[in-house]
Design a binder for this molecule. Structure first.
Ligand SMILES: NC(=O)c1ccc[n+]([C@@H]2O[C@H](COP(=O)([O-])OP(=O)(O)OC[C@H]3O[C@@H](n4cnc5c(N)ncnc54)[C@H](OP(=O)(O)O)[C@@H]3O)[C@@H](O)[C@H]2O)c1
Length: 299
């Protein structure tokens, strides 16, 4: 298969490139920095730095769209919100416009979104649930709407409502494991907010599974079957590291320090991967304990 991937140098993208190459697929990555991408991805991956390089004759069987400015790294000023939106929505619009020019359209278009699409809450939500109203939810809705425009060219659009991706090589788990190892693990607020997580290996396997089936449109919750509360997450993480979770960071203090983006920590969604389960995807790491054992025992 020939694939075009945005966000290929990221946490998920790097693992996906490795997996696709191992299966003999031809991967082209759209990147803003060719030299850095080459260093990260090696020689087996083709690179493009602008969608202008996607000529009409170039046919891709699948386009996987994962690029996006990191959501937690900077305060959500109005300017940063525009950067977060543009890096997802504008890029997705450009991808879709480029598809319109292709005489042979991609058969698969898998486009990013996040569990932040759903409102904060304690009741389980599946793919049919309505979106939330906060900034993260509006960002996801706009991102999804931009991708769905590809349906105008009869390209089936699969929306990847991604949970917290757990990897030993970066992302959330690395950030949380460091203080926990030092005995400074802490729950956020009352610890009752939900965390919908997924092991990176299951995420990649789910994408490969989608590419092996007939293209299916619509949203997929890319999360493990058993989400946990923040309290349970911290207790299991600390136990795996032979530590105790003794502290709690007051939600108000986080809001003071982080502003609006504190919601990513103080709020959460209890997301169920209804479609992956109903359609027979087999998770390798379906409980947090199993995932943490795998990731932290063999980093
Ligand atoms: N990891 C998670 O837990 C998680 C959870 C929910 C949703 N997601 C979403 O899933 C996608 C992939 O996640 P990830 O963790 O692999 O992301 P990541 O490691 O932050 O990588 C994202 C990639 O997007 C590109 N990018 C970054 N800033 C950009 C900007 N301002 N404009 C255009 N491109 C930019 C970069 O590629 P180049 O530098 O090569 O251009 C980067 O490698 C992201 O969109 C993320 O929001 C991730």
């Amino acid at each position: 298969m020939k694939l075009l991937l945005t966000g290929g140098t990221g946490l998920i993208g790097r693992a996906l490139c490795r997996a696709l190459c191992a299966q003999g697929h031809q991967v082209t990555v759209l990147t803003r920095n060719q030299r850095r991408a080459q260093a990260i991805l090696g020689q087996n991956i083709s690179l493009m730095t602008s969608l202008v390089q996607w000529t009409e004759e170039q046919e891709y069987d699948a386009v996987i769209n994962l690029a996006g400015e990191p959501i937690f790294d900077h305060a959500w000023s109005e300017r940063q919100k525009r950067v977060l939106l543009a890096s997802r929505v504008d890029l997705t619009q450009q991808l879709v416009q480029q598809m319109a020019l292709c005489s042979v359209k991609p058969r698969y278009f898998l486009s990013g979104s996040a569990v932040g699409y759903y409102p904060d809450g304690i009741a389980p939500v599946d793919e049919s649930h309505a979106p939330g109203t906060g900034f993260a939810a509006r960002l996801c809705v706009s991102w999804e709407q931009a991708a769905l425009q590809a349906q105008s060219w009869s390209v089936p659009v699969t929306l990847l409502r991604t949970g917290l991706v757990l990897s030993a090589r970066g992302g959330l788990l690395q950030r949380m494991a460091l203080p926990a190892r030092l005995g400074l693990g802490a729950v956020v607020g009352n610890g009752q907010q939900w965390m919908s997580w997924i092991h990176l290996e299951d995420y990649i396997q789910a994408l490969l599974w989608m590419l092996k089936r007939a293209p299916v449109a619509g949203p997929y919750n890319m999360t493990a079957p058993v989400p946990v509360t923040n309290r349970e997450f911290m207790d299991r993480l600390c136990a795996q590291l032979h530590r105790t979770c003794r502290f709690a960071i007051p939600a108000g203090l986080l809001r003071l320090g982080l502003g609006e983006r504190a919601a990513l920590l103080t709020e959460g969604q209890r997301v169920v991967p209804q479609r992956l389960l109903a359609e027979g995807f087999g998770f390798r790491h379906d409980t947090l304990q199993a995932a943490l054992q795998d990731l932290l025992a063999h980093p």
